[in-house]
Design a protein around this ligand. Structure first.
Ligand SMILES: Cc1ncc(COP(=O)(O)O)c(C=O)c1O
Length: 430
């Protein structure tokens, strides 16, 4: 995680520290006096980003509701989803069209269903159901709180694994999965991870695909939520996990997830599931019990609106134009206010929806509390870790996309002030 050039505060004299703490207190009091109410909690698209997809709502389907193969999209059926929509996303999600399923909105719902199906029905390559014995998942940290919430919901033990610049610490992962047959899965957000924007290296992807596992039905939950959400000119490319698993002789190891939630409409998009032919047949067999087919009208709207991969890329460029200035503002304010204090490091993501801010150990919860008291809502400290427990109490997730540019800049100034105040207080032992 890149840090600004720092004169570590711990090297300051007690007098200098006290002066800085007093200044931070004055800045904090002035901030509180403004009576603001700002929210940096959830990674939601802003209204302007949602407006980019207003054409989706304008697509007229009343006389033209047939899919490319003649399917009447108004009717039941078509569990795999429209092939022309799957074709638009196949490359981006690195899943062959025939192995990609287009579902309803929310990839989180598909992840939930995969867990429930695996708990209740043996997976390809499995000798038993997950529900019949204690199982565990590896959770790279910092990570996505809703993944952890799913594990808690189903009583799946979570084992935290450190995330490095290249993805999960593979030495740790390999040794855990080789020795413990309870470990049935790992959560991965391989591109622009939530919250610190990590992109997995090719070596990490190769090792995940090839590593020996004690469990014969081990699955990688590959949540590629930010597959096309780049903030930089040169698109970040990651290695193809599904192909790597097949090449390594573990074709059934990967479950790939994605969605258009942060492409078109967060509450009314399309989710995707990709995997080996055996896994897809398993998934569809169980899904057929809970639905007769997805909302194909919405899928058709997406096809007509996005048209093709070039249309998807152009749409993402429009998102980038709206949100890149917000990420730039976060970076600028952190450098201006915290550079040289030694009180924080932060991620500089090349895409995705979040920035993670690391404060001195033992300070994150206090910063979040101070911010709340000053009218800036932050994601609860600890939410980036299993069971809400960040053992070092140092990671804070910032979500810059939803607020207006003006509100974001105000909120960030407030957050940085809280970091200074809490950090200097801690160093002074107060
Ligand atoms: C990593 C990750 N996965 C999944 C989701 C939610 O996806 P969906 O809207 O498709 O359910 C989010 C939303 O923030 C996310 O950050």
């Amino acid at each position: 995680m890149p840090a600004p050039s720092l004169t570590p505060a711990p090297t300051l004299s007690a007098e200098e520290l006290a002066a800085r703490r007093d200044q931070a207190q004055r800045d904090y009091d002035a901030f509180v006096a403004r009576g603001l109410s700002l929210d940096l909690t959830r990674g939601k698209p802003s209204p302007e980003q949602l407006d980019l997809a207003s054409g989706l709502l304008a697509v007229q389907l009343d006389h033209d509701y047939r899919a490319a193969d003649g399917t009447d999209t108004r009717n039941y059926g078509g569990l795999n989803g429209l092939v022309e929509l799957r074709a638009i996303f196949a490359d981006a999600l690195q899943v062959p069209v025939a192995q990609l399923v287009a579902a309803n909105n929310s990839s989180l719902a598909v992840m939930h269903d995969c867990l429930v199906h695996a708990l209740l029905s043996a997976l390809p390559g499995s000798e038993g159901r997950w529900v019949d014995e204690p199982i565990a998942f590896l959770c790279p940290v910092p990570g996505y709180d809703r993944h952890f919430a799913l594990c808690e919901r189903f009583g799946i033990e979570m084992i935290a694994v450190p995330l490095t610049f290249d993805g999960p610490d593979m030495d740790v992962v390999e040794s855990l999965v080789a020795g413990d047959p309870r470990i049935r899965g790992i959560w991965c957000v391989p591109k622009h991870s939530n919250p610190d924007g990590t992109c997995y290296s090719d070596e990490t992807v190769g090792r995940l695909a090839a590593m020996p596992t004690a469990a014969g039905d081990f699955r990688i939950f590959w949540d590629n939520a930010y597959a096309v959400h780049d903030l930089v000119d040169k698109r970040v490319e990651i290695a193809d996990l599904l192909a790597a698993c097949a090449a390594a002789g573990n074709p059934d190891r990967a479950f790939v997830f994605g969605s258009t939630s942060k492409i078109t409409l967060a509450g009314a998009g399309v989710a995707f599931f990709g995997a080996s032919p055996a896994n897809v047949a398993w998934y569809l067999g169980h899904t057929a019990k809970r639905t007769i087919g997805p909302d194909k009208l919405n899928q058709l709207r997406h096809v007509r609106f996005l048209r093709d991969r070039a249309g998807l890329d152009a749409h993402m460029a429009a998102h980038r134009a709206l949100i890149a200035p917000k990420f730039a503002a976060v970076e600028r304010i952190l450098i201006e206010q915290l550079g040289g204090t030694g009180l924080a490091t932060w991620s500089t993501p090349k895409g995705g929806y979040f920035v993670s801010l690391n404060v001195p150990a033992g300070c994150a919860a206090a910063v979040v509390k101070r911010a709340a008291e000053a009218g800036v809502a932050l994601t609860p400290a600890g939410s980036t870790h299993p069971y809400g427990n960040d053992p070092d109490d140092r990671t804070i997730r910032l979500a810059p996309t939803f607020p207006s540019q003006e509100d974001l800049e105000l909120a960030m100034a407030g957050v940085a002030t809280c970091v200074r105040l809490v950090g200097f207080e801690q160093l002074l032992g107060k």
